[in-house]
Design a protein around this ligand. Structure first.
Ligand SMILES: [Mg+2]
Length: 280
C-alpha cells in the first residue's frame, strides 16, 4: 500500500472510531506486553505472525523472485514479471469473496493465466514461494519469550494474521522453524475472506479463543500484539481489544550458513520450475 493510501486509511480509521476507542491502544513493545500480561487483567492473547513472530528478510521478495524465475525460464519478457504479478494479485483479490486477501495459490493461478504459463505450474510456484519463505525467515526471540509467558499462564492463544498463506501452510512453516503451534491456533485471513485490516478477522480470533477457554471471552479481555499500526493497533482497538505495538522484526541480512541455505533453495526452485516446463 502506498504511503499516501496508508495516511488516508489512517485518517479514515481515526475519524471512524474516534480517540476514545483508541485509548485501548498501549504503546510500548515487548516489555509492556510482558508487564500487561503480568497484570492479570487479560484472559486471552492474540498475536500477529509476520514481522512480529516470524522475521523476514524482505517482505514479499519471495513472490517477486519466483515470478521473475518463472518468466525467465518460460522465455517470456523478463521485465514484465512484476507487472504481471501485480495484475494477478489484484485479479485474484477481486475474485476472492468480499475483496479480501486471496490465497498464494489463487495469485499464482491468476499469474499463470496472465503470463500464458500452464495452469498446473501454479502449484510449483506456490510451493517454491513457501520454500523461499522458510529459507529466508526466522523466529523472533522476543516474541517466543512472550509466547512462553502466555503458555506458562495457561491462557488461550491464537496467531492472527493477514496473509495469503492458509493456516495449514503457515503452521508447517512455524513448526519447521521450531514453534510447535497447532493449526487450530492459527487464524489466517485468506481462510475466511476476512481481515484484521477490516476488523472482521478479530471476530474469528475471539471465537477461537473462546473455544479454547470453553467459555465466551469478550474483546475487552483479549490482548493483541502486532507490528502494524493500522491492522493490529487501530483496527484491533476498534474491535475492542487492548493492543500493543511492537517493533517490526526483520532478518537483518541473509549471511553465513543461511545464505547457502537460501542459495540452495533458490537453485532447487529454479530446477523445479524448469523440470515442470520441460516435462509438459
Ligand atoms: Mg505483521
Amino acid at each position: 500500500m502506498s504511503s499516501r493510501l496508508k495516511s488516508a486509511a489512517r485518517s479514515t480509521i481515526r475519524l471512524a472510531y474516534g480517540a476514545t476507542r483508541l485509548d485501548r491502544h498501549l504503546r510500548g513493545g515487548w516489555l509492556t506486553a510482558h508487564a500487561t500480561l503480568r497484570s492479570g487483567k487479560y484472559s486471552a492473547v492474540s498475536i500477529d505472525c509476520f514481522d512480529t513472530i516470524l522475521s523476514r528478510w524482505q517482505p514479499e521478495w519471495e513472490q517477486r523472485a519466483i515470478a521473475a524465475l518463472a518468466i525467465e525460464l518460460a522465455d517470456r519478457d523478463s521485465g514484465s514479471a512484476d507487472a504481471i504479478l501485480r495484475r494477478a494479485s489484484v485479479s485474484a483479490a477481486r475474485t476472492a469473496a468480499g475483496g479480501a486477501e486471496p490465497s498464494a495459490l489463487a495469485i499464482w493461478r491468476s499469474f499463470c493465466g496472465f503470463a500464458g504459463l500452464p495452469g498446473a505450474l501454479a502449484d510449483v510456484l506456490c510451493r517454491g514461494e513457501l520454500e523461499l519463505l522458510e529459507a529466508s525467515s526466522a523466529l523472533e526471540d522476543k516474541a517466543l519469550d512472550f509466547i512462553c509467558a502466555v503458555i506458562d499462564r495457561q491462557l488461550p492463544l491464537v496467531v492472527c494474521s493477514d496473509t495469503r498463506w492458509p493456516a495449514v501452510f503457515l503452521c508447517a512453516v512455524l513448526q519447521k522453524k521450531g514453534l510447535k503451534m497447532i493449526q487450530d491456533a492459527l487464524v489466517c485471513s485468506c481462510d475466511y475472506q476476512k481481515s484484521k485490516f477490516r476488523g472482521d478477522l478479530f471476530g474469528v480470533a475471539k471465537a477461537r479463543l473462546s473455544a479454547q477457554a470453553g467459555r465466551d471471552i469478550c474483546p475487552a479481555n483479549i490482548l493483541h500484539i502486532g507490528d502494524s499500526r493500522l491492522s493490529d493497533i487501530y483496527s484491533g482497538a476498534s474491535f475492542g481489544l487492548t493492543t500493543i505495538l511492537v517493533d517490526k522484526s526483520r532478518v537483518a541480512s541473509i549471511g553465513g550458513s543461511s545464505r547457502s541455505l537460501h542459495q540452495n533453495c533458490l537453485s532447487k526452485v529454479r530446477q523445479d520450475i524448469h523440470d515442470h516446463l520441460s516435462n509438459r
